[in-house]
Write a protein that binds this ligand. Structure first.
Ligand code: NAP
Length: 291
């Protein structure tokens, strides 16, 4: 049974100094181009660009209330990164205390020149997290209208279950692609379906697949290339169609800085990969047939 797919989320991690370093007018241009094709959700994190990309993106929203109402912003918190921008950090670490989450959200609101964040995600499972403290903080932020929805990234299923007991987890963003198949069989995607949690995949095209020519990457790209001819589409679209084939309705968070590739990614929603073709790609990744 084929379910209606979710449109991709547009990832902004590479839009700032960690990638293309867009100017404000380039941000405006690509945001408006995305909106013109119906893509309105933009994925950020406090740390992107060593704590600079949120504010760079925010310059495009400053004084443009109408643009803000047309888009949805996801951002994340919980990682303390070692960088000259945060000289008081002595080591890379995680912090999901009430004080940290609240401070980070307040900073994100300032960076985006807005009074609400559409979705806040905890970026990594903090070994020291107190789930009741997180739940109380998220409830306070939601009640104040500062965040609209809540989720996590990169949690195990037991960590999700633990936190979900105290506060509804609405989204789970994890790495899922032909170079990282873990979520398909470690229970994460089953749990998303069971608990009605939206599954988002980061690095959906495959980590390093276009830059590092490993044996696995070569096998995957060769299979995707062959299927792209059969489906009359691009290799990138086959890589995404692989995710869209799964019944958990994975939402890819695409990371390209090229509008043409964003446009192409959106069209991947329309491709219905046959079961055997899904397994051809799976086998190209694992180098063996399923048992
Ligand atoms: N929650 C988390 O822990 C977490 C972690 C990492 C990322 N994320 C989110 O996920 C988003 C996507 O991650 P990602 O950027 O790794 O995803 P991706 O979409 O899998 O990869 C994008 C990268 O692949 C390149 N690329 C795509 N198609 C290509 C092609 N045909 N030939 C050559 N290069 C190609 C892009 O270059 P071009 O720009 O030149 O197209 C870009 O550098 C990020 O923006 C971020 O929002 C979240």
């Amino acid at each position: 049974m084929k379910k209606l797919q979710h449109k991709p989320i547009v990832g902004c991690m590479r839009w700032g100094v960690w990638g293309e370093n867009f100017t404000t007018s380039q941000y405006e241009q690509i945001i408006n181009q995305c909106l013109a094709i119906g893509l309105d959700i933009f994925d950020h994190a406090d740390i992107y660009g060593h704590y600079t990309t949120e504010a760079d993106f925010g310059h495009a929203l400053k004084g443009n209330a109408s643009l803000r109402t047309k888009i949805k912003i996801i951002t994340k918190c919980g990682i303390n990164m070692l960088t000259p921008k945060r000289p008081h950090h002595a080591i890379k670490s995680y912090d999901t205390s009430a004080a940290h989450i609240t401070k980070s959200v307040e900073q994100s609101l300032q960076n985006f020149h807005t009074d609400y964040i559409d979705t806040l995600l905890i970026h990594r499972p903090d070994i020291l997290m107190h789930v009741e403290e997180i739940a109380a903080t998220i409830t306070t932020l939601k009640t104040a209208g500062k965040i609209k929805s809540f989720g996590v990234c990169n949690f195990t299923t037991s960590q999700v279950a633990l936190l979900h007991k105290y506060i509804p987890i609405e989204h789970h963003q994890v790495e899922i692609s032909l170079t990282n198949l873990n979520a398909f069989d470690n229970g994460v995607l089953d749990q998303c379906q069971l608990e009605n949690i939206e599954a988002q995949s980061w690095s959906p095209m495959g980590n390093g697949i276009f830059t590092e020519k490993t044996e696995q990457h070569t096998r995957i790209l060769a299979e995707a290339d062959s299927l792209s001819k059969a489906y009359e589409c691009s290799v990138n679209q086959i890589l995404l169609a692989f995710l869209y084939a799964h019944p958990s309705r994975i939402v890819p968070v695409i990371g390209t800085t090229k509008f043409e590739r964003i446009q192409e990614a959106k069209k991947a929603m329309e491709i219905e990969l046959k079961r055997e073709d899904f397994y051809k790609l799976w086998s190209a990744s694992t180098r063996k047939e399923v048992a």
